[in-house]
Design a binder for this molecule. Structure first.
Ligand code: ARG
Length: 383
């Protein structure tokens, strides 16, 4: 790909940039190289250039949008689940800019993705940024997030990671349930410059949850642990051919360790290991008894067991590691580089037991891709 000059946030705010023609050209060329029947790339490039000259941006065709979103997934270096990138269902909602309408479509997204437990990968693409006209944004980092209520003692009830978001929605007027719990679903907030933000409560039936139980420890079910079926990232900017879509929530299905080895286990999340270690009667007097490791295994068995019992799609880290190695092979056969970030790809437990641990990966960043909200430009260097 042609080099793209790095831009800094001091230079020009993102949404006043006109589309980078080199990046647009690269994307059109990529689209046509993977769609040999789609006509002449030169003609489409000329069209795009004329539209950018006139308006500062251009409108992707529906096919370009769907392809761009799928390739953004294919290029996501942190994702182990990319084997099924072609199956992503793309909802073209680019004409929606109104925060309330967007919030409602996010609910529709959840219903479609949840599919009664047979989770489907879906992305909903809302209005893009345009010169002088920034697109809408979703404030929540995932469509479904559990509240984290700060207590006076510095403790948090619920998901500590969401304490700031919880403060924010309360400041916007959200009223927590009368009895606060560790798994209260937060409302969704959608913002747009020059418009009232919308805050909506997710309807109960749009949020499928799984109660957590253990195949051998009946007491674990009585703790009331639960997790939601669909992980839907909603704070990343989708960038295709120089056009930024700041509101483009997307989901796959869970890998068990995300819940069992991170959300429930991290000390800055639910931090459940010490309590569970005591309940399991383990010797927690020192790290060398490996009591935490033992709890981690049982907690992760509980997560996989519970989703299975509930008929909700979930994958385990052994299966997903094998699938990712298959994906790498297929990408290589297609003559493509497959960028991957080892520190994200290797699962957070039993790393060395999985094939993905024992190798190196291409590191270059490719576009289309997903970028953290609030970042400007593409990335420091495009190769
Ligand atoms: N790790 C995040 C979570 O626990 C979800 C990230 C996306 N995961 C996925 N399987 N698509 O909620």
């Amino acid at each position: 790909m042609a080099p793209v000059p790095a831009r800094t946030s001091e230079a020009i705010p993102l949404h006043t940039n006109t589309v980078d023609l080199a990046e647009a050209d690269d994307f059109i060329r990529l689209y046509h190289s993977e769609h040999p029947g789609a006509g002449s790339p030169q003609r489409r490039m000329a069209e795009v250039r004329a539209e950018v000259a006139a308006t500062g941006t251009y409108r992707h065709t529906a096919d370009e949008l769907a392809f761009g979103a799928r390739v953004a997934w294919r290029n996501s270096a942190r994702c182990i689940g990319r084997l099924y990138w072609r199956s992503l269902k793309v909802r073209d909602l680019r004409d929606l800019r109104d925060p309330k309408e967007i919030a409602d479509e996010c609910v529709a997204h959840l219903r479609l993705a949840t599919n009664g437990g047979k989770v489907r990968p879906v992305i909903s693409v809302f209005a893009p940024d345009a010169p002088g006209r920034p697109g809408p944004r979703i404030r929540n980092d995932q469509l479904i997030r559990y509240a984290g209520y700060r207590g006076e003692d510095g403790g948090v009830l619920g998901d500590r990671r969401n304490a700031e978001l919880t403060d924010h929605v309360i400041s916007l007027g959200w009223r927590p349930p009368v009895t606060r719990g560790p798994f209260d679903v937060l409302p969704l907030v959608v913002e747009r410059e020059g418009a009232e933000p919308a805050m909506i409560e997710l309807p109960r039936d749009a949020v499928l949850e799984v109660p957590i139980s253990h195949p051998e420890y009946p007491w674990l079910a009585s703790l009331g642990l639960r997790w939601h079926a669909v992980p839907a990232i909603s704070d990343m900017r989708l960038r295709i051919g120089g056009v930024d879509y700041p509101a483009a929530p997307f989901n796959g299905w869970y890998m068990g360790t995300e819940i069992g080895a991170r959300n429930f286990a991290d000390t800055d999340r639910y931090d459940l290991l010490p309590y569970l270690g005591r309940r399991m009667g383990l010797d927690t007097s020192g790290v060398r008894t490996l009591w935490r490791d033992r709890v981690l295994v049982e907690l992760n068995r509980a997560v996989l067991h519970s989703f299975g019992e509930a008929g909700v799609t979930i994958t385990d880290h052994h299966t997903e590691s094998d699938r990712f190695l298959t994906h790498l092979r297929k990408e290589e056969e297609a003559g493509r580089s497959c960028p991957a970030d080892w520190t994200w790809i290797v699962p957070p437990m039993s790393g060395g037991l999985t094939g993905v641990f024992h190798r190196y990966y291409d590191k270059e960043e490719l576009v289309p891709n997903f970028f953290p909200a609030g970042t400007v430009g593409v990335c420091p260097v495009i190769h």
